[in-house]
Design a protein around this ligand. Structure first.
Ligand code: FBP
Length: 548
């Protein structure tokens, strides 16, 4: 494939490893750990990998040396900038351990392991992908590894290729799978270590010990550039209200980070809507009031950021979705029915409250709620057109207000959805360094002989050379949640904390941003130039560090 000038220049970028990882390491064990909730149940489900200690790497002062190791790698779930660098770091790490080590990539996600589809990743291939966006080196997929026959089928090919360690690069669901697989292989004495790496643009795979998932930095910078450009356009023409839905699945981290970077007129944070027990109409009224107040000052324009998961956080909608999840899990042929039959069936089988909410929704949105779940049982929120739903309802509300004499303005909404635009961008310097180090560090965890761990780097607001490297037992992040109608052990998703500094900073400023146009135009990601332009981590990460 022909390369752009930036790709060629960027290929030469050498990610900066933490000093700790620049030679051989010793693994220092911390205290035994326990899961964030439901300890007894999780301990029973993970008898071999529960309670392991955290690991911290320190420089040993020696040269790295070890036996050759064959490693498999899987990219799982949605794309996130920097995935290629995780693989490059892993490759360089295992080659550092022993130049005869080999890396195999399973194709198109966890399905590649089960179906025995793989390629060997050689130096020539790896060099083509350094510091590039995308997951195309081996592709990704959302197959859920959950059945014993899948694990056994996977083990056949691992044995055949002499693979003794598998690295799964994925989000909360995929790392949950990694921990389940690690437990199973340990239990049957398969001799295969399983290591996870925290990936997702959504930013919701983080906790006390994992500071950030990779890809969030680059994706939010791409969206903020686009939002900034729209704000400049809207400030120039002064005639449109832009309703911008942002990816991020359930959590509002992406919307919040973009708000902190661009200072829009409105940003809805789903977690706050839930905490205040707001209805859809409350959210609509809040936006309509801002539109009306701006109109009083002659400002018939503005920007509204909407997290894609909003619908799921409106309590009445949340109940409806939970009931739909259970109902659809019990009705496997639902998707084959005609739309009217589906609608009648749903209304007849929901509780009265949920049936009323369902019936009150515009038909298109109601139908979107019943579309296929992903293999993990999640509603595909990116398919629900919340931005159109909200702008339509705001328009209706403004008509009522105009009749009552409390609004006199012009409302012309435009709609945008930013998601896929950011997932495969060339990684920012932060993500290029973070991902390379995560992969390299995974190689060190393999060398340390552990399983069921997630590659971890901390101290992320400092320059990358000062990051702290180690491993976190994945079972430590588990709690029990209802999935597909059954209670399952899963990694607890990190939602926006309303008491945390990122939200508090936003909340302190939003009234000012709503009425007095205070837009910031961040511009495109810069790869070459001063550190304050090129290497700055997200505001979320910077503010979260103030909470520590
Ligand atoms: P992961 O959780 O797998 O990282 O995926 C993140 C995400 O980009 C969400 O923000 C979005 O809702 C979803 O993937 C879209 O999924 P798909 O790529 O299957 O359309």
């Amino acid at each position: 494939m022909k390369k752009s000038a930036l790709q060629i220049a960027r290929a030469a970028y050498q990610p900066k490893l933490p000093v700790t990882l620049t030679g051989a390491v010793v693994a220092i064990e911390g205290e035994p750990t326990q899961s964030v909730a439901d300890q007894e149940e999780i301990k029973q489900l993970f008898p071999n990998t529960y309670g392991l200690p955290e690991l911290r790497f320190e420089k040993s002062g020696k040269q790295i040396a070890g036996k050759p190791v064959n490693v498999g790698v899987i990219l799982s779930g949605g794309q996130a900038p920097g995935g290629h660098n995780v693989i490059c770091g892993l490759f360089d790490g295992i080659k550092k351990i022993n130049k005869d080590s080999r890396l195999y990539g399973f194709l198109m996600g966890p399905g590649g392991l089960v179906d025995h589809n793989y390629i060997e990743l050689t130096a020539d291939i790896i060099d083509e992908y350094r510091n590039t966006g995308g997951f195309d080196i081996i592709g990704s997929g959302r197959t859920k590894l959950e059945k014993q026959e899948q694990f056994d089928k996977g083990l056949e090919i691992l044995k055949q290729l002499g693979i003794s360690a598998l690295v799964i690069i994925g989000g909360d669901d995929s790392n949950t799978n990694a921990a389940v697989l690690a437990e199973y292989y340990k239990n049957i004495g398969a001799g295969v270590q399983v290591i996870g790496c925290p990936k997702t643009i959504d930013g919701d795979l983080k906790n006390e010990v994992i500071e950030a998932s990779f890809g969030f930095d680059t994706a939010t910078k791409v969206y903020s550039e686009l939002i900034g450009n729209i704000q400049r356009d809207c400030f120039s023409a002064k005639k449109y209200w832009h309703f911008i839905k942002l990816m991020g699945r359930s959590a509002s981290h992406i919307a919040l980070e973009c708000a902190l970077q661009t200072q829009p007129n409105v940003c809805i944070v789903s977690e706050e809507v839930e905490a205040k027990n707001q209805t859809l109409q409350d959210v609509v009224n809040y936006i309509a009031d801002i539109v009306a107040k701006r109109a009083e000052n002659g400002n018939n324009f503005g920007t509204v950021l909407i997290p894609e998961g909003l619908i799921e956080f409106i309590p009445a909608m949340k109940n409806l979705i939970a009931e739909l999840n259970d109902l659809l899990a019990k009705t496997p042929d639902f998707a084959e029915w005609a739309p009217e039959k589906q609608r009648e069936f749903v209304i007849a089988n929901l509780s009265q409250n949920s049936a009323t909410v369902y019936a009150s929704l515009p038909a298109g949105v109601a139908r979107q709620l019943t579309l296929d779940r992903d293999p993990h049982g999640n509603v595909q929120v990116s398919l629900i057109e919340t931005e159109k739903l909200l702008s339509e309802m705001v328009g209706n509300r403004l008509k009522e207000m105009a009749k009552a004499g409390s609004y006199n303005g012009k409302f012309s909404p435009l709609h945008h959805f930013f998601g896929y635009e950011g997932r495969c961008a060339a990684p920012s310097n932060f993500d290029a360094d973070y991902c390379y180090a995560l992969g390299y560090n995974a190689a060190m965890l393999i060398n340390a002989g552990v399983t069921g761990y997630m590659s971890s780097l901390r101290n992320l607001t400092k320059p990358s050379v000062q990051w702290l490297a180690g491993g976190i037992p994945i079972s430590m992040m588990f709690n029990m949640e209802r999935r597909h109608g059954e209670m399952k052990p899963v990694i607890q998703k990190a939602l926006v904390r309303l008491e945390g500094t990122p939200f508090q900073r936003f909340a302190a400023k939003r009234d000012d941003w709503a009425l007095n146009t205070q837009y910031v135009f961040p511009g495109p990601i810069q790869y070459f130039g001063p550190a304050e332009v090129c290497d700055m981590p997200t505001k979320t990460l910077q503010y979260e560090h103030l909470d520590k």
